[in-house]
Write a protein that binds this ligand. Sequence first.
Ligand SMILES: [Mg+2]
Length: 313
Amino acid sequence: MSADKVVAMEKKIKKIRIIINPAAGTGGSILPVFNLSMKEAGTKWEASITHQAGDAIKFAKAAVKEGVDALAVYGGDGTLMEAISGLMGSDIPLAILPGGSANVMAEELGIPKDLKAACALMTQVPLTVKTIDVGQFGDRYFILGIALGFGAEMIKGADRETKNRIGIFAYFLSAATALKKTKKAVYHLKIDGQKHEVQGLTCIIANVGNLGFSNISYDKHINVSDGLLDVVVVRKANLSLFKLLAVTLLKRERPDNLELVEHWQGKEISVSSSPRQTVQCDGEVLKEMPLHIKIIPQAIKVLVPKKKDNVIE
Ligand SMILES: [Mg+2]
């Protein structure tokens, strides 16, 4: 059995709601692409346009109530996170149409960047569906992960333009700046009842390992469908850390230097740091601390391509 939880779904999507973030995309017209794809498949579709934060949650909830066969999201990870929040508890499959500046989840799931190819996932026979885990703290959901300290500063610092220009090296550049900003902290962790106190530069609680480039990951063992969150603490920065970053980022190997990196997995995680560090969740800065985080295993069904690792069970 594949750990990736990819299954074929004998269902035809007859009615679909597409949530569109109008700020997303590179300027090409998207409606004709939707229109043609849906027309060819004989699918009825309606679009909802977001104007402010929270709209995608409302639209997703309304679509669940209305009883659509699938929900599609055209936007980045922020819009996607909202749509997933609105879909929680329903069985409706989600189509991710990458249109944002950051499409980490789409990359993680191998969803094509090309809009027409991404739309085709809604009409292929049979549909291919992968169930993914979603993280939660308080009444909020997250799909990528939470970072404290250096990791939060690094993601904040690696802007899209630099990433487009120099790729993965944007993170090394940003890492250098982030290092100067970050002071070490003690992380107070509770992972499935086990307490840990660790000093470090960053603590990352990850649902996906992908950093937004295909096949580049903190750790290839971080699995979006295994029902576990990965907790990674980087203890200190020195030349070995950069070597280690290079190995984990470029070769996708598990960090095995415990002096530098500690790694746990769990379903329920509490975390706080003293002193307080910058905290990011799915790219957004958070104020609350401590965080009580849990994973909701296999919460959402996502339409994915029928290829490579996506073995049909
Ligand atoms: Mg996992």
